[in-house]
Design a binder for this molecule. Structure first.
Ligand code: S3P
Length: 450
């Protein structure tokens, strides 16, 4: 597998497009894909996965599962089979677990390793090496794991020694993060007692759902105003279970906003997961006046999905809104594309409480603001808030620095489809981490890349 940061960058330009039309199906959800491979590894026997996201991030997790002793095979497009050695029987990996650009894969797997008597070295690309790992390593140390080596500031490369008998803990996450919650729960799987995680703001619940799908006893109850208290009984008998991965709402967000900013557009995005802990962007866009209808709502593999019908706001333009900080966990990966929608809206959009954006694949707060300014959009960072003053149109013409961040690249390409002048991103390679067919899917809808 090639590490993008070692090969030359590949700029891409998007230009003003004709009205987008047609139907599309973006790839499987990244969060669910990582978890299905991991749980498949922790169950003895064969787990079948349909609709797996075949992006670089997830393929790295598949490779790490193999290094820990699982048999992981592709059976057809999106169709995969995992046969795990099972909880408690993982092998010590001989080589470094190289997660490339993948924060989720690396952090969840740290939890898995922490609950086994094995030592593993974790590393990744230049972006992953900048991301904070202490938020994961601190609770794992309370559970009994030991950090043997780490780069300055608790960063990758990290060498972690797990334990055969993780201690049962009650842990309150310092920030709303599904990755922290998941790492603690995955480490707690092999604990002889009960592991409790408290979060004051609820984060995505895919780990809890998948754990119970595989037969673990896990319960979740409200905690405080917006939080949850999750309890996992240790040492469950995990049974292999088939998984159908729904469409990733964080990827669907790109054609969705593209259809809002290219005049005359009318598209349907099929089978998108509408889990309420992931649907903050839909709420916000609807408040901005977007014409979005959720059609054909149904259950797919334990998640509610819908076909999203979206039409450009011709006469009734989008308007600026105030996005409350409590909504951030349910749309944490969608702020770059929301900022693009806000740039095309009329009036001020204030997105509150975005400190977590500083520790994503890039410092997204700075990367968004720089990209907006490069394209003539008036914006400002005030504390942890981003303010975008939309003028109903975007001049464009800018060159955007993506800093190895797939969502920055896709967001500004979407901007180019509706802007008056072309928009160029300095590097499109990282798009393959989460949405390998982004360009062809968008082109089929009518998007113009030059
Ligand atoms: C993810 C959780 C989020 C999100 C990431 C995927 C997950 O990160 O940004 O893309 O699958 O658990 P945090 O948990 O750090 O908020």
């Amino acid at each position: 597998m090639q590490t993008a940061s070692h090969s030359p960058s590949s700029p891409l330009t998007a230009g003003r497009s004709r009205a987008l039309s047609g139907r599309c199906r973006p790839p499987g959800d990244k969060s669910v894909s990582h978890r299905s491979l991991i749980l498949g590894t922790l169950a003895v026997g064969e787990t079948r996965i349909e609709g797996l996201l075949e992006g670089d991030d997830v393929l790295r997790t598949a490779q790490a599962c193999r290094q820990l002793g699982a048999r992981v095979e592709q059976r057809g497009p999106g169709s995969w089979s995992v046969s795990g050695p099972g909880l408690g029987s993982l092998l010590e990996p001989a080589e470094t677990l190289d997660f490339g650009n993948a924060g989720t894969g690396s952090r969840l797997m740290m939890g898995v390793v922490a609950g086994h008597p094995i030592t593993a070295r974790f590393d990744g690309d230049a972006s992953l090496r900048k991301r904070p790992m202490r938020r994961i390593l601190d609770p794992l140390a309370l559970q009994g794991a030991r950090v043997l080596e780490q780069a300055e500031g608790g960063r990758c490369p990290v060498v972690l020694r797990g334990t055969a008998e993780p201690l049962p803990v009650e842990y309150k996450t310092p920030v709303a993060s599904a990755q922290i919650k998941s790492a603690v729960l995955l480490a707690g799987l092999n604990s002889p007692g009960r592991t409790v995680v408290i979060e004051t703001e609820a984060s995505r619940d895919h780990t809890e759902k998948m754990l119970s799908h595989f037969g673990a006893r896990v319960s979740s109850e409200p905690w405080g105003e917006h939080g949850r208290r999750i309890t996992l009984e240790g040492r469950p008998e995990l049974r292999p279970s088939d998984v159908r991965v729904p469409v990733d709402p964080s990827s669907a967000a790109f054609p969705l906003v593209a259809a809002l900013v290219v005049p005359g557009s009318d598209i349907v995005i099929e089978g998108v997961m509408i889990n309420p802990l992931r649907s903050g962007l839909l709420t916000t866009l609807q408040e901005m006046g977007a014409r979005i209808a959720l059609e054909n709502r149904r259950d797919e593999g334990g998640e509610e999905v819908a076909d999203i019908h979206v039409r450009a706001a011709d006469s009734n333009r989008l308007v600026g809104v105030d996005v409350p900080a409590e909504r951030a966990p349910s749309m944490i990966d969608e702020y770059p594309i929301l900022a693009v929608a806000a740039a095309f809206a009329e009036g001020e959009t204030r997105m509150r409480g975005l400190s977590e954006l500083r520790v994503k694949e890039s410092d997204r707060l700075e990367a968004i603001a720089a990209g907006l300014r490069a394209n003539g959009v008036d914006c400002e960072i005030v504390g942890d808030d981003l303010i975008v003053r939309g003028a109903g149109r975007v001049q464009g013409g800018g060159l955007v620095a993506t800093h190895l961040d797939h969502r920055i690249a896709m967001s500004f390409l979407v901007m180019g489809l509706g802007a008056e002048q072309d928009v160029t991103v300095d590097d499109d390679r990282m798009i393959a981490t989460s949405f390998p067919d982004f360009r062809s899917l968008m082109e089929r809808l009518g998007a113009r890349f030059v």
